[in-house]
Write a protein that binds this ligand. Sequence first.
Ligand code: SF4
Length: 560
Amino acid sequence: MKTILTTLNAKYIHTSLALRWLYVANKDRFDISFREYVIKEDVEQIADELLASGPDIIGISVYIWNVDKAKRLAAILKERKPGLTIILGGPEVTYEPEFFLKDWNIDYVVGGEGEFVLGDLLTAIENNQSTEIEGVSSIRNISRSVIKADLNKLASLPSPYTLEEDKTDIKNRLVYFETSRGCPYQCQYCLSSLEKGVRYFPQEHIFGNLRYLIENGAKQVKFLDRTFNLNKEHTKAVFDFLTDNYRPNLSLQFEIYADLLTDETIDYLNSKLPAGYFRFEIGIQSTYEPTNNAVKRKQDFSLLAGNIRKLMSGGKIDLHLDLIAGLPYETLERFTKSFNDVFDLKGKEVQLGFLKMLRGTALRRDAVKYGYIYSQQAPYEIESNNDISKDELERIHDAEHALEKYWNSGKFSRTMKILTDTYYKGRYFELFDEIGQYYNQNGLPHHGYQLEDIFFNLHNFLLSKGIDLFEELRTDYYYNFKIRPHGFWKDKMDKKERKQLLYQIGNDKPFLKEYKLTRKIIEKQTAIDPLGNSGYLLTVFNFENNRVSPLFIRYTFSDI
Ligand code: SF4
């Protein structure tokens, strides 16, 4: 009996830890393998490929981002091979198995952590026994149990992190890692709020596998722990291990509950940690207390903000701060305040998400109470509620596009610093909202643009507000390149004239000597821009001698 486990990841660099756990837990007893695909791949082709190896059973891991494709995949597989048994698992299907059993052409749904339950189900199918197993639902028997696997037992299995087939790709992909499972919090919109209690993997398992990943060249590891810093001793032990085993070119991402950070931990991170090694994702979601109370999110914003500021002062960790639009009681005005409160912390990225009514969550059950209208199709994003209209949410969507392009991309750091420290200080949402509206009114695309276009658009937007930051924008623009760019978003100089000027400067021997440049570097790797009456700006793209940014030089011809 041949079984294939599969899923559609959001991007190629993502890896499915769930498939690997299911595989290692069952590979010694069954003829089982796993195959990962990416959401944008053609489902017909995926079905062809899966069926080509003659499976009897296919297990599909279903998430909010792949629901529609997974449904189509299941339908095609059954149509082409009616005798095939299909098992679904994953967070999306766990809490409403009856919906998937009725709506999809599948046979079983496994609820919760399926590593060992899958083995029980495969044994039952193989031996024609009853499949009434705790955690397994079928059309004849719905199980409400959400299974939790024994983490010590999981740790005793062959490791899902060290599979031979992953070894060559470890450098190119994002590795997901877990040191614990479960979340103690109750945020009503989140599926993790339904998992009661937090369990930890044994330390030998955690350290052994992390050592393997570090030694084998992993570049990005994302910790899946819902609140990584929940347990002080555990957090310290893992942070100690990681700092003791620091390796350049490795980035580690954690989800952190900032209220729980102690001064001791912050001091430790600020003093011991190599810069750029850790990245923290911190969910703030809203700073409005009635909203947080409604969704049962425990949060002390002043404590959290103080902790974030202390962390920022160390300059070691990139902070990524999360906000959600569309939570109960947040009008546009109140959302603007939440946005400004969070933005004021100046995290490297501000991730603005839109509330989704996930299957199984308490907020979805309370949808009527708050007047939620939401899409019936995954990802079940809300369209409006009693406090915010569809138009207002669309406007926040436009602002979010602007936020992504102009803040989160990091491509405009100098210009954005000036804007958010002066012209738009404390009015951060207004800045992105106005850019979003400017894009709308001028029919500018949010996707599929060239880099110069978005510089040009921001320059024009700022001029429309009476703000001229041309020079800062030009500096930001050049910082985005490692070689001399072909064009420039406000390049008025004639090609011939430019060539001639660079030729003349290339003959200025004292100048070349002073800046340790050569004629070739001036002619081939240098951009030249007029500076009105004060000469020219030379931007040299010569990244030798450990230089990480272009060299900017003011040049006047009297120098010759
Ligand atoms: S949002 Fe975060 S803290 Fe809240 S329940 Fe979900 S995982 Fe836990």
